[in-house]
Design a protein around this ligand. Structure first.
Ligand SMILES: Nc1nc2c(ncn2[C@@H]2O[C@H](COP(=O)(O)OP(=O)(O)OP(=O)(O)O)[C@@H](O)[C@H]2O)c(=O)[nH]1
Ligand SMILES: [Mg+2]
Length: 497
């Protein structure tokens, strides 16, 4: 049997005292109202504090997306350079070795071609792979069935070229030593059905998201730990560091001793002609440092901000970089930037990060209208960017995320157009429009806009920036605008909640 209301302890406890006068009753009610007000006030305060705490704990989540070599990691570097200066300075020295690696790869690419040219006699018929560059993007020079372009006089190699080849030979082992030391992987890109020979197939340096290369180098150079984004790194022992330090000094010594030869190789007119005939534009390729060899090959070389931004190290996996903004409108707020590997095999790893994402910065390198994907040489790189963009715009998981498009590598696009490469030869729909930067960029932007319009559900504003993210000054301004826009949208969302 249940209790009657008269027996309920709570009812008994809050019941007015027996024989309460009217005056006592009014006083009691006043006291109860005041107690309720104080209790409500405490509740409200707690609610606000929880909300603030929640806000503080949940960083703004931004994904950097786009195909490989579109400039994602470079954009991330710009964020660090502008908004997390302390972390940036701590990490800058660590890039020295990567820049040396980039330089050595430039030199080895030339030596490979030189070797191939010098060892093929006029009657030899080099196979078509000889024209594959280190990046798989150099078009084959038209050749006769004997493999030689007979319309041009033969290249006149001398004893000096043979000596250069010989004297620069040690750089090959230096290159693999550095790679081993930093735990970097060197994989060939997948072969494609159009590829006939792998002799010069693309080999590039990769860093896995958990690779400890930054901490390995940074600790030695700065006495500090790794920067953000490399948090899983295991610290090497002091003995290992001493050995690595010795190895690094040795590496720098060998590079410095080859400085004049590297410079002579790059400035040699026969070599330049050889590269021209191969249509090997090293200067347009990622991680090109030969023009700065006299500075970079010094024993006391320290990278500048620009050097770090131009260094190339391919990303594998997804790297999380937490940046506590030190300056700007977002000062004090934590942003979580995700830098992903952009090659085709890497893309499935993006999806788990779409959930709960606040903004996407999508990079499309528009200078690549005449290039093929390294991982599938049947596919034009611009077409691949269009396809990816379509996928991002139509993705339901991202319907609440702000999407910002960077039409990147405008500086390279400008160089290409000025060197006489015509867009209409690769994009027939471009027709007879003016072959200059503003017209071409506008044309491509229109195409991206149309894809966004047709595929975004619900419709979203088209936010586009023409960028060259290696230009740190211009990019600082762009990031300012982008940061404000993401923040504003965050605040709007918070108000709606
Ligand atoms: N000239 C020029 N070079 C650029 C530009 N953006 C990026 N680069 C260079 O292109 C190379 C590739 O850039 P990354 O930022 O590493 O490309 P990514 O998108 O991170 O590529 P993955 O890691 O392979 O997915 C680097 O050497 C950059 O310095 C640009 O706007 N202009
Ligand atoms: Mg990258």
């Amino acid at each position: 049997m249940g209790r009657t209301a008269d027996e309920d302890p709570l009812t008994i406890a809050i019941a007015p005292p027996p024989g309460e006068t009217e005056e006592q009753k009014q006083h009691r009610l006043q006291e109860e109202a005041e107690a309720r007000r104080i209790s409500d006030e405490i509740d409200q305060q707690l609610k606000e504090e929880r909300a603030a705490l929640k806000k503080k704990k949940k960083p703004i989540k931004v994904l950097l997306l786009g195909q490989s070599e579109s400039g994602k990691s470079t954009t991330l570097k710009n964020f660090q350079l502008n908004y997390a200066k302390q972390a940036w300075s701590a990490e800058r020295a660590a890039w020295r070795t990567i820049i040396q690696l980039n330089l050595l790869r430039n030199v080895n690419t030339i030596l490979d071609v030189l070797h191939s040219e010098m060892t093929s006699s006029p009657s030899d018929s080099p196979d078509s792979s000889d024209s594959d560059d280190d990046d798989g993007r150099v078009r084959v020079v038209p050749r006769t069935s004997s493999g030689k372009d007979t319309s041009l006089p033969p290249l006149r190699f001398t004893e000096q070229h043979r000596l250069l080849k010989l004297r620069l030979l040690p750089l090959r082992s230096v290159l693999s030593d550095i790679q081993n030391r930093l735990g970097l992987c060197d994989y060939p890109t997948p072969a494609t059905s159009t590829e006939t020979n792998s002799k010069h197939r693309n080999h590039e340096l990769f860093v896995w998201s958990h690779a400890p290369w930054k901490s390995t180098v940074a600790r030695k150079d700065n006495g500090g730990g790794a920067g953000q984004g490399q948090g899983h790194a295991r610290r090497p022992s002091d003995a290992t560091l001493r050995r690595k330090g010795g190895d690094e000094a040795e590496t720098s010594e060998i590079i410095a001793s080859c400085k004049e030869d590297m410079q002579a190789l790059w400035e040699d007119s026969v070599i330049q002609e050889m590269l021209k005939r191969r249509r090997l534009r090293l200067d347009l390729m990622p991680g090109f440092f030969l023009q700065d060899v006299s500075r970079i090959a010094r024993r006391d070389y320290t990278p500048s901000d620009d050097d770090v931004v131009r260094a190339r190290l391919r990303t594998l996996g997804v790297q999380e970089h937490r940046i506590l903004f030190e300056t700007g409108p977002a000062a004090g707020l934590e942003w979580c930037l995700y830098d992903v590997g952009g090659s085709r095999t890497q893309r499935p790893a993006w999806f788990p990060y779409f959930d709960d994402c606040d903004a996407i910065i999508f990079l499309a390198p528009i200078s690549c209208f005449d290039e093929k994907l390294a991982e599938d040489r049947k596919v034009n790189r611009l077409e691949d960017s269009y396809q990816l963009w379509r996928m991002i715009c139509s993705c339901k998981l991202l319907s609440k995320a702000q999407i910002i498009l960077f039409l990147n590598k405008c500086d390279l696009l400008d160089k290409k157009l000025k060197s006489g490469i015509r867009v209409k030869d690769y994009v027939p729909s471009f027709g007879d429009r003016k072959n200059d930067l503003p017209t071409v960029a506008q044309y491509f932007a229109q195409h991206f806009k149309e894809i966004a319009r047709q595929n975004s559900v619900p419709a979203r504003p088209f936010r586009v920036h023409l960028t060259s993210v290696v230009d740190t000054h211009a990019t600082a301004l762009t990031l300012g605008v982008v940061g404000e826009s993401i923040l504003r949208s965050q605040l709007r969302n918070a108000d709606l909640l």
